[in-house]
Design a protein around this ligand. Structure first.
Ligand code: ZN
Length: 423
């Protein structure tokens, strides 16, 4: 929550000082590389936009009351608004104002990245009773064509080149669940991954939504080819049940691993099939790349009334929910690290465990019997193509028990050739 509180007020956008400051805050926790990509650079079918910065933006009613001020609340300025300075009538103003009639206290979060327009976002309560008269508009922004788009990347090398991709967006201003919580969860997960040697290579990317993942993909076709599993993280700070959205084709390794980790954590969750609406999974799963990348969230975009409004503030998220989300993600990493297809070196009949000191002694404890059962399950699944996770599911035993049994059998030479399940 301390990191969330630090990130929350930063006036983020897809480019500019807010995105850069966000990456800087994250970089104080994990050794992130910050990459700048010049505005105008081509990226797949897109072009990196001009960098946006705001000097000042405010709106005054005919009586001089300030109705909006970027310095007070950056959410009140339409994201990427062009400059405008002048006096407009009430009717003219209303063509440039966004409100939510059904949530009259809330300020909506709106952007106009790829069109040239000016605008403000206001609570409907403020707009409803505005009198006729002269409204003073002052918006002083710059679209720097010689600017850049910033993204952050951290690669944690493992023993294998096979990669796990973790992606989160960094572009929403003053949005706690749909943005800050994802950045916090990805940062905490990176700290966990950094805390021990790893089998797989982990790549964390902190990118502005859509254009950021498109830019990353356009420059990392080689790394994309090595991705065996991936997750987009967002909206992980509220107490709602978890929602895992499968990768485009479903049935891939990550699509098995995340639900298994959610079940192991004993948390309420729902698994949904892919649809082409949402966050950066749309880009990673586009048919050319076809990466095995799913998405983990709690409250899902556009399905909760606080979504993309001033109501998605720090009071909407809590430390216990964030911590539980990070716990699930650590469980995902444990599965990715240890879910392997093992091959028995003695597959014809059961190997003689007693001879190796692995079989029950007289008066064995319950623990010893459970351990022995785990050994038998692992051996019976060691056909070279059954993932250990699947053996855990069939046996009803905890994955950790099978993971430990597999490592014991491996030490005794009874298991060989641990292979990644097909991605
Ligand atoms: Zn959003």
């Amino acid at each position: 929550m301390a990191l969330a509180a630090e990130l929350f007020p930063i006036p983020r956008s897809i480019t500019g000082p807010g995105a850069r400051e966000t990456l800087e805050v994250v970089r104080r926790r994990i050794p992130l590389d910050v990459v700048e990509v010049p505005s105008g650079s081509p990226a797949l079918d897109w072009t990196v936009p001009a960098e946006w910065s705001v000097r000042e933006a405010w709106l005054e009613a005919p009586d001089g009351t300030r109705l909006a001020d970027y310095a007070e609340n950056p959410l009140q300025l339409l994201g990427y608004s062009v400059s405008y300075d002048g006096v407009v009538s009430r009717d003219e103003l209303l063509e440039h104002v966004f409100t939510l009639e059904d949530r009259p206290h809330a300020v909506p979060y709106r952007t106009a990245y790829y069109t040239e327009r000016w605008g403000f976002c206001l609570a409907y309560d403020v707009v409803r009773d505005l009198p006729d008269g002269d409204y003073r508009v002052h918006i002083d922004t710059t679209h720097h064509t010689s600017g850049s788009l910033s993204y952050g990347e951290l690669v944690v090398p493992g023993r294998s080149d096979d990669e796990v991709l973790v992606s989160t967006h960094i572009c929403h201003p003053l949005q706690a669940n749909d943005n800050v919580s994802g950045i916090v969860a990805a940062t905490a997960l990176a700290q966990h991954v950094l805390s021990a040697p790893r089998e797989l290579t982990y790549r964390f990317v902190f990118v502005p939504g859509t254009i950021g993942s498109i830019v990353w993909l356009s420059r990392h076709r080689d790394a994309a080819d090595r991705v065996r599993a991936g997750m987009v993280l967002t909206a992980l700070g509220d107490p709602a049940r978890f929602v895992y959205k499968q990768s485009r084709r479903g049935g891939r390794w990550i699509d098995e691993v995340v639900p298994a980790a959610l079940a192991a954590a004993g948390v309420e969750h729902e698994v949904r099939a892919f649809d082409p609406y949402g966050y950066d999974e749309r880009q990673y799963c586009s048919p050319g790349f076809d990466l095995p990348v799913g998405r983990l969230s709690r409250s899902t975009h556009a399905e909760y009334p606080e979504y993309h409004t001033s109501l998605d503030d720090l009071s909407f998220i809590d430390g216990a929910s964030l911590a539980a989300s990070v716990g699930v993600l650590e469980g995902v990493v444990d599965l990715l690290e240890h879910d392997r297809c093992w091959r028995s070196t003695s597959p014809y009949g059961e190997p003689q465990l007693g001879r190796r000191g692995l079989y029950r002694q007289i008066g064995a404890t319950i623990d010893a019997k459970a351990r022995e059962l785990a050994l038998l399950w692992v051996l019976s699944g060691a056909d070279g193509s059954t993932p250990l996770r699947e053996v855990a599911q069939r046996s009803g035993l905890e994955f950790a028990a099978l993971r430990d049994a597999a490592s014991l059998l491996h030490e005794h030479g009874l298991l060989a050739d641990p292979a990644l399940p097909p991605a």
